[in-house]
Design a protein around this ligand. Structure first.
Ligand code: HDD
Length: 702
């Protein structure tokens, strides 16, 4: 047959079957191979060197592919199985390595080495996640964030698998599949993805009054965080600490971010979903790469059984928190995340957390939600990670010695030696035997009531803490919660569900119920459902606020400076320096990625192109433009949106004379947070916080 060649391919003769064919790929397999170094030879999984990774095996150049091609088959087979089932909840996550360092010993309460050896650095792997969305969903929907820490302690792995909210939707694990089904995309239509603003979720909630406290948290700005570095973490349940004699003290665990807690505003969170799907993941990655290691303090609330008996709620109920004003936090250590994983799949995806992973000196409480979790996590890994040996995957394996007689199963990675795979045994001198000092469970009091499917009476107050949370917020945060409820319920098509939720809100706070009813356009307030336990007022807890506790700082935040050809070089560099000195990460934005030639004739490269780098990804912005560029950009929607959104999202804006035209085009009425570019001090001061006073002038909050 006459030789055929594709247009533009090499005129070299085709290599024959079975020969190294790197020439025959034509369009230069070598063209982009800039990286040089020690490249190991490519092999199959069996170690057989692969001389041609471009062409499959054919009997003749234009013939069919041969089944015999074991290299192709191995490669495609592996590829076909590259995805594993994603987590049923918390599928989308980002993680990092780091360490935990104890700063205050709890030896009075526990024997756990991780909580008694001050100064020891224990390796950790921490994964943050959204709950509802799939693995490929966005980072910034309104959602609870998972906060899971695996401590590789000397005494085995301890997993503290928490959330950024200290309470949960339900009281009993029996209801977990229901709440998760209701919030995930609806089964008949396959939407919405990654959000709770739909009928099935609110239907379930309207029939589950115990969820009302968590709903208050979910509708607060806690669920639209600015960064994973600025969320709190909570172990949620009460656990026990056990001393050498077996005496028990209850404990709740809290993570406090060093940068302070910070959130976005809702319109910003929505726009971030378009601006950057990976906003939180990228932020965590960039911070770690820049050496700005995220850090949290670990705090504990310690209390005895007798003290617990005095609380006017049951601490075993996971829909309740213990106000810090009642049991203060003792700070005992810090966690620093200083290394991004080498491989997303091997580490972030395959990591398997389990609340049942616990070390001697710590024990579970009888919280019925925790009790169910002790079963669920190991069970889910069996299908997610394909069998019972997932603990051998490097990210899951303990970093202390471990030995037992469990054997075989899918994906057994170890090669156990010897005859003995049972216990007791006497045939082998190195067979594992029971540890002298091992894990001991707390000897709990036995309740003398009979067995049954019961919910304790002490769990019956569903509204008092919801009210406590709402009433403890600043007025701005209360307005955000009311607006969030209006937004979510406006997406609910079923009238009786909307009405039922407003009915519950009447028990939480009548004013809130009225605002939401007005926001939904209801003519009258729907009736409140019967409540078994009449809510009561608890003393307000300012510790539950965000705004009241935000740190005024630029550390760990991002400042964007929009420039174009002719921008004042002096002003740009002064702003850049001032922001960087204050700890911010500074990025230059320009209409073209190649950057701009500033007034000093030098080209300043851009970190982001204007259309793809909106102001939503920054905490504060500066716009420095020549008169000419200002006039031009006043007609560029991306530039006008840049300032309008920064203003709408309550951010500080610095501008110079040339940039005024863009601000005017955005209809911006300057306030205290809009400052002259020459006033670097004023800009930095305004950039350290949000301009909360601006909001009521901009937005009709419920
Ligand atoms: Fe859960 C994952 C946190 C209740 C069953 N959960 C999972 C993750 C976090 C939490 C952070 C992701 C871990 C990771 O990054 O891999 N879950 C919580 C908190 C809860 C809670 C704070 C209540 C206080 N969970 C809960 C209940 C059950 C589960 C009551 C079942 C009875 N959770 C699971 C699970 C997941 C999971 C299905 C999915 C993927 C996984 O475990 O590894 O087993």
């Amino acid at each position: 047959m006459a030789s055929r060649k594709a247009p533009g391919t090499s005129t070299k003769k085709s290599a024959g079957p079975g020969t190294s064919g790197s020439d025959s790929i034509g369009n230069g397999g070598e063209l982009h191979r800039k990286a040089s170094g020690k490249h190991p030879p490519l092999t199959t999984n069996q170690g057989i060197p692969v001389p041609d990774n471009q062409n499959s095996l054919r009997p003749e150049p234009r013939g069919p592919t041969l089944l015999e091609d074991f290299i192709l088959r191995e490669k495609i087979t592996h590829f076909d199985h590259e995805r594993i089932p994603e987590r049923i909840v918390h599928a989308r996550g980002s993680a990092a390595h780091g360490y935990f360092e104890l700063t205050k010993s709890l030896k009075k309460y526990t024997t756990a080495k991780i909580l008694t050896e001050v100064g020891v650095k224990t390796p950790v792997f921490t994964r943050f996640s959204t709950v509802a969305g799939g693995a490929g969903s966005v980072d910034t929907p309104r959602d609870v964030r998972g906060f899971a820490v695996k401590f590789y302690t000397k005494e085995g792995n301890w997993d503290l698998v928490g959330n950024n909210i200290p309470v949960f939707f339900i009281q009993d694990a029996m209801k977990f599949p229901d709440v998760v089904h209701s919030v995930k995309m609806e089964p008949d239509r396959g939407f919405p993805q990654a959000g709770s603003a739909h009928d099935t979720f609110w239907d379930f909630i309207s029939l589950t009054p115990e969820a009302m406290h968590m709903i208050m948290w979910a509708m607060s700005d806690r669920t639209i965080p600015r960064s994973l570095r600025t969320i709190e973490g909570f172990g949620v349940h009460s656990f026990r600490l056990l001393d050498a004699k077996g005496n028990s003290t209850f404990v709740k665990f809290h993570w406090r971010p060093k940068l302070g807690i910070q959130s976005t505003v809702w319109d910003e969170a929505l726009k971030l979903q378009a601006a950057d799907n990976d906003f939180h993941r990228r932020d965590l990655f960039e911070a770690i790469q820049a050496g700005q290691y995220p850090e949290w303090e670990l705090g504990v609330q310690l209390f005895t059984e007798e003290e617990a008996d005095e609380f006017d709620f049951d601490h075993l109920d996971p829909t309740k928190l213990i106000p810090e004003e009642v049991v203060p936090l003792t700070m005992i250590g810090r966690m620093v995340l200083d290394r991004w994983p080498d491989n997303f799949f091997a580490e972030t995806e395959q990591v398997a957390y389990c609340p049942a992973n616990i070390v001697p000196g710590i024990d579970f409480s009888n919280d019925p939600l925790l009790q169910g979790r002790l079963f669920s996590y190991l069970d889910t890994q069996l299908s997610r990670l394909g069998g019972p040996n997932f603990h051998q995957i490097p990210i899951n394996a303990p970093k202390c010695p471990f030995a037992n007689l469990q054997r075989d199963g899918h994906m057994q990675m170890n090669v156990p030696k010897g005859r003995v795979n049972y216990e007791p045994s006497s045939l082998q001198s190195d067979a594992p035997r029971e540890a002298k000092e091992g894990y001991r469970h707390h000897a709990t009091r036995s309740e003398d009531a009979g067995k049954g499917r019961v919910r304790p009476e002490s769990f019956a107050d569903h509204y008092s803490q919801a009210r406590l949370f709402f009433r403890s917020q600043t007025s701005i945060e209360q307005a955000h919660m009311a607006s969030a409820l209006v937004f979510e319920l406006s997406k609910v098509g079923t009238a009786h569900v909307r009405e039922a939720i407003v009915g519950h809100l009447r028990h939480v706070d009548p004013g809130l119920a009225k605002r939401v009813a007005d926001g939904l356009g209801m003519d009258a307030l729907p009736p409140a459902p019967p409540a078994k336990f009449k809510p009561h007022d608890m003393p307000e807890s300012p510790a539950l606020q965000i705004i009241g506790r935000m740190k005024s700082t630029l550390e760990g935040r991002a400042v964007g400076i929009l420039v174009d050809d002719g921008s004042d070089a002096g002003a740009v560099s002064a702003l850049k320096k001032a922001a960087a000195d204050a700890g911010a990460m500074v990025k230059i934005v320009a209409p073209k990625l190649g950057g701009a030639k500033l007034s000093d004739g030098k080209r300043m490269p851009a970190d982001g192109q204007l259309a793809g780098t909106p102001s939503t990804v920054f905490d504060a912005v500066a716009v420095v433009l020549s008169e000419k560029a200002g006039k031009q950009l006043a007609r560029e929607a991306a530039a006008v949106d840049f300032v309008r959104d920064a203003f709408g999202h309550l951010k500080a804006i610095a501008f110079d004379a040339g940039a005024k035209a863009v601000l005017d085009a955005g209809g911006i009425d300057p306030d205290a947070g809009v400052v002259k570019a020459s006033d670097t001090k004023g800009f930095i001061k305004a950039a350290k916080t949000r301009q909360w006073d601006r909001e009521p002038k901009l937005r009709l909050l419920a």
